[in-house]
Design a protein around this ligand. Structure first.
Ligand SMILES: *Cc1c(COP(=O)(O)O)cnc(C)c1O
Length: 374
């Protein structure tokens, strides 16, 4: 069995250090918004190259709080992609705004900047580009459009810690960047966690208030907020793991290059394209294949933990049915939803395992072809 991701192997490397850090927090008696959260926020601001970061409870909350901090709500529209995890659009709905989905560039799976302007209306307030699978969006074009139309930009960086565009880390281009520390992310904790980044002191203060019941001064509540604090235990674990993230990202890139080599002579497997000027951290290694559903099933039976990210585009989800977007409204999104498959990818995967994955995938594709007679 080769899993898509393996937390246990990573634990062998960081376990001892993390256990020590967690025990220290438990003994300290300080569990919420203590010195670990403060230190992590400072360390990650330095790592990412932005002025401030604010720890929150999850990536989903980071997106929700970011939109609240920018005063986006009822009657507003936010442009984003339908080829992403549900949380991106969920955050838009949670503040009472309307998600407006724009099609992707089928090479990068990311929002197509050339299609954004046509989606702008007088109600548009913001754009949420998602750096999907760790591949940075074309931030130059997106920021230029935002500037021209006076729109805010919230970057969904949940899958892209360490990724950069023209040498600058993602999450530092827009007004606010949102990271997730869900256990399987490139920097994951042992529970839930998230982070907002910003260069604006005013936004930072607003985010700090929103994560803690809308309060700047204890028991003085200025606006509706959330209980969305990153806790000390998660922050302590993240401080241990953050030291390894560059090395882990580098290993992921090496594995991606090896997969590319293994599939080099297979016209049936369309390997990922790295856009110019980007450093992609391969949160997922996602290929396009024929007979995807059949092959996915066969891979499962062969013990390969391949996954579909994501099997249903967001405009076809029940929760977004009220938008009334029918079949054919986002052609590239819809086509890619049906042919993408993500293969096992994590820093500790071995070359032998990758070879098994590649060989099994090719076998399964060939078998599926003879089955359906293509
Ligand atoms: C994981 C993820 C989120 C949500 O993060 P959580 O920490 O799980 O709430 C948001 N957007 C994308 C693209 C993600 O992959």
């Amino acid at each position: 069995m080769i899993p898509i991701f393996d937390s246990k192997r990573q634990y062998k490397l960081i376990g001892e250090e993390a256990e020590k850090a967690v025990c220290e927090v438990m003994r300290s008696g300080s569990y919420i918004l203590g010195k670990n959260v403060q230190a992590l926020e400072k360390e990650l601001a330095e790592y990412l190259g932005c002025k401030y970061t604010v720890g929150v409870n999850s990536g989903t909350d980071a997106l929700h709080i970011a939109l609240r901090a920018l005063n986006i709500g009822k009657g507003d529209e936010v442009i984003t992609t339908a080829f992403t995890f549900v949380a991106t659009a969920e955050a838009i709905g949670m503040v009472g705004a309307k998600p407006v989905f724009v099609d992707i560039n089928p090479d990068t799976f990311n929002i197509d900047p050339d299609k954004i302007e046509a989606a702008i209306t007088p109600d548009t307030k913001a754009i949420i580009p998602v750096h999907l699978y760790g591949q940075p969006c074309e931030m130059d074009k997106i920021m230029a459009i935002a500037q021209k139309h006076n729109l805010r930009v919230v970057e969904d960086c949940a899958q892209a810690i360490g990724s950069s565009y023209k040498g600058k880390k993602v999450g530092t281009f827009g007004d606010i960047g949102c990271y997730s520390f869900y256990p399987t992310k490139n920097l994951g904790t042992m529970g839930d966690g998230g982070l907002c980044t910003t260069n604006s002191e005013e936004l930072k203060e607003h985010i700090i208030a929103l994560r803690n019941h809308g309060s700047h001064v204890r028991y003085h509540n200025d606006e509706l907020g959330l209980n969305s604090r990153l806790d000390e235990i998660q922050a302590a674990i993240l401080r241990v793991k953050a030291k390894y993230v560059d090395e882990w990202d580098r290993q992921r890139r090496e594995h991606a290059a090896y997969y590319n080599k293994l599939f080099a002579n297979c016209p049936d497997v369309q390997t990922p394209v790295e856009a110019d000027n980007t450093y992609c951290v391969y949160h997922q290694y996602t290929v396009k294949i024929p007979n995807r559903d059949e092959v996915h099933k066969m891979l499962g039976e062969a013990g390969i933990g391949a996954m579909l990210y994501y099997p249903i585009p967001l405009h076809f989800q029940k929760v977004n049915a009220w938008l009334g977007m029918g079949k054919g409204s986002l052609p590239h999104t819809e086509a890619d939803t049906e042919c993408v498959i993500s293969l096992p990818m994590f820093p500790e995967i071995t070359k032998e395992e990758q070879e098994t994955v590649a060989k099994t995938l090719i076998d399964c594709i060939n078998k599926s072809k003879s089955k359906v007679g293509v």
